[in-house]
Design a protein around this ligand. Structure first.
Ligand SMILES: Nc1ncnc2c1ncn2[C@@H]1O[C@H](COP(=O)(O)OP(=O)(O)O)[C@@H](O)[C@H]1O
Ligand SMILES: [Mg+2]
Length: 248
């Protein structure tokens, strides 16, 4: 765990396993909390969350990704292609410490099209809980929640249902990252939507532009009950994993 220079140290945290990201989070993701990982397309939300699960699985913490859209085989294939140094992905999956699952109920509900949102959402929640129980997961990623929103006719039922999901996960003792698709990749154009208020923590991945070059930048916007770095950290996706250029 990274030293927490400006943090009381009261909140227990799960290290992401990525040095620079732990520095941004003053140690890691607060245990049993729900953190939003938001960014535009191609920001690296799926890859970053996969790496966090991979590194925790390596430490023996059962880690599961629940995917709503991409097929697990595709996620694993992409991760292997990008992270060439992670040669033990298959071993971790075989040992049961790392799992990538597809949430099937969403597609079924969508195809049927006649369920009420609360009923449908109940199916999704119980499917997620079944996966967590099966894998005994302590750390999970839901990739992404953006699609779940489409089930709800109004913001109140959406917000209430998401609250009940996060409360259930907390009750199960699970620490969770929820990826969320932003409509913009630019920090200047970012508008805070209700998702930013619904979660305990918020991390945003942007694409910054300078002259004719784009670069990736990460920022921790909030972590409830504990401090975090206030710097904007450029990052790169490398064969060894994500590299965050943070200042100490
Ligand atoms: N081999 C690679 N090396 C570095 N970056 C890569 C590599 N392959 C893909 N990427 C980057 O990863 C991005 C996709 O990451 P992904 O996690 O799927 O994004 P998101 O889930 O935020 O849409 C691509 O747009 C590309 O910029
Ligand atoms: Mg993705």
């Amino acid at each position: 765990m990274v030293a927490k220079a400006k943090d009381s140290g009261v909140v227990k945290k799960i290290s992401t396993g990525i040095e620079g990201m732990d520095k941004l989070l003053y140690g890691g993701i607060p245990e049993r909390e729900q953190v939003l990982l938001a960014g535009g397309p191609g920001a690296g939300k799926t890859l970053l969350s996969f790496e966090i699960l991979y590194r925790n699985a390596k430490k023996g913490i059962p880690s599961t990704m629940v995917s709503f859209e991409e097929e697990p085989e595709d996620i694993i294939r992409n991760a292997k292609a990008v992270f060439e140094e992670f040669t033990d992905i298959d071993d971790l999956i075989a040992s049961g410490k790392l799992a990538v699952e597809k949430a099937e109920s969403y597609e079924r509900i969508y195809q049927k099209g006649d369920d009420t949102s609360n009923y449908s959402f109940g199916h999704i929640v119980s499917e997620i809980e079944d996966m967590l129980t099966k894998n005994n997961a302590k750390l999970i990623v839901i990739d992404s929640i953006s699609i779940v929103k489409l089930l709800f006719p109004d913001v109140f039922s959406y917000r209430r249902s998401m609250m009940s999901l996060t409360q259930n996960l907390r009750r199960l003792g699970v620490t969770a990252l929820f990826t969320f698709e932003l409509q913009t990749s630019s920090r200047q154009d970012l508008k805070f939507t209700r998702e930013f208020f619904m979660f305990d923590g918020v991390i945003i991945l942007y694409q910054a532009e300078q002259d004719d070059k784009r670069s990736l930048v990460a920022e921790v916007v909030k972590t409830r009950g504990t401090n975090h770095s206030w710097i904007l950290s450029p990052y790169e996706i490398t064969p060894e994993g994500f590299k965050f250029m943070t200042v100490a």
